[in-house]
Ligand binder design. Sequence first.
Ligand code: ATP
Ligand code: MG
Ligand code: MG
Length: 551
Amino acid sequence: ETEGWSNFIHDFIDEDIAEGGRYAGQTVHTRFPPEPNGYLHIGHAKAICIDFGTAEKYNGVCNLRMDDTNPTKEDVEYVDAIKEDIAWLGFSWEDRFYYASDYFPKMYEAAVQLIQKGLAYVCELTPEQMRENRGDLTHPAVSPYRDRPIEESLDLFARMKAGEFEDGRMTLRAKIDLASGNFNMRDPVIYRINHLHHHRTGDRWCIYPMYDFAHPIEDALEGITHSLCTLEFEDHRPLYDWVIEHVDLPAKPRQIEFARLGIDHTVMSKRKLRKLVEEHYVSGWDDPRMPTLCGLRRRGYTPASIRNFCERIGVSKVNSTVEYGFLEHCLREDLNEHAQRVMAVLHPVKLILTNYPEGQTETFEVENNPGKPEDGTRTVSFSRELWIEQEDFMEEPVKGYFRLFPGNEVRLKTAYVVRCTGCKKDADGNVIEVYAEYDPQTRGGNTPDGRKVKSTIHWADVQTAIDAEIRLYGNLFSVPDPDAHDFLEVLNPDSLEVLTGCKVEPCLAQAKPGQSFQFMRQGYFCADNRDSTQEHPVFNRSVSLKDGFKR
Ligand code: ATP
Ligand code: MG
Ligand code: MG
């Protein structure tokens, strides 16, 4: 899969191996460390493809680690969903599943170690005082607690752990460099007091490690060689390296940063996605308009299309926004190859073939996928009354309209050529029936005399067609850059259109949840994995047929 996929991370690993560097001779060991506080989205898919893909490429391994050191908002619901999504993408962590919270005792020991080495101290500045103290380099005020005796810090830290102090009363800070040009190195807080219940450790802890301290320890304890993360952590790398250097740890992982994925017309922050769900702007995390992996899956995205997308956007050091159209392009490519073709009429009107004998029925054997004979054929029935799209008839055709209008011929896909003879309208002038005569000589759609028939339209047999609900989706946001606005103000009010009473081939009653089809001339659709039943089939439009994406 990942063969031929070159990126700067792989170049770095190649060079390191060639030069006999730090990781030469070692198994490449990566990890994907989601925080279980929300569902995974397409941005995470990029990180997953990089983490698992890099391990795969070098015959290494990749851990799945729940980065649950922050006790707020974490939940088992998310843990299960994260596992499901990664497995769906086709990656396996095998038995390497970990919780960062399992390392709390080791992290505590590491902090004690730093205090003992004179490299950390308990600080009693208030957050405001500390902010002043750290932010202003013209007056690099030193915390009055910076040089307190080691014994005193050890005692206070133990009492912080024992729950003697309220939240925010004191912190443990690394003693690094208050005058550093890198803010993260100015004696960063590495432990804070937080009397909060943790989803796994319960009330055992009331002090929690900060990410920058916890993450390198987690990586080292798991023997990670390459800790791949997004660009915003670049300025944190000196602190990562500092922790690796000063804490006694079993391995020396290295952090490498890559650009975050952004896609236009959507948002990727978990906070914003949660708001859309909690305030019911969408039906749930798996609403087919959401950029979450469960949303994309429900929309009809395939694992192959997402992995292919992640591979083709590449891995770089520069943040950029990828066109939504490119994601759609990748899906279209995959579905074009694999999806079964069927006929579905979204806005039906009845077509009556006035010269076709009443009560007669015939059948056609149709290929499921013209590009893949191995996908077999199915039987499609045909009779005097058919459903066609309303827009495939015009009583008074506009210029360039070659479909049904009185006097004109069209081909009914795989069946016959028919000539339109007229229509019937209701009192309001709406067309309620279209009339035509079929040419019995044209069975299969060919004209024996070679006359040209410009248009071919799809149809469904009134006798056998079943009703379906079809959901059409547009962009969730009406502007390309919702993050540059109050995102709730720029939601697209027309992002969902529900059609009922659509007429589809009867075989679609048997569609499996999530199964994809090409509805001829309409696009790719999949059976909704939540709401579709045999009695009430529901299809989601995954992507239209027309590819608007331009390179
Ligand atoms: P948020 O800020 O929305 O909570 P996060 O980055 O904190 O997102 P995590 O669960 O911590 O979410 O992410 C797990 C991994 O996925 C991290 O290594 C993170 O860098 C990566 N990741 C998250 N979003 C993206 C993105 N848009 N593109 C690439 N990688 C991403
Ligand atoms: Mg986060
Ligand atoms: Mg994070």
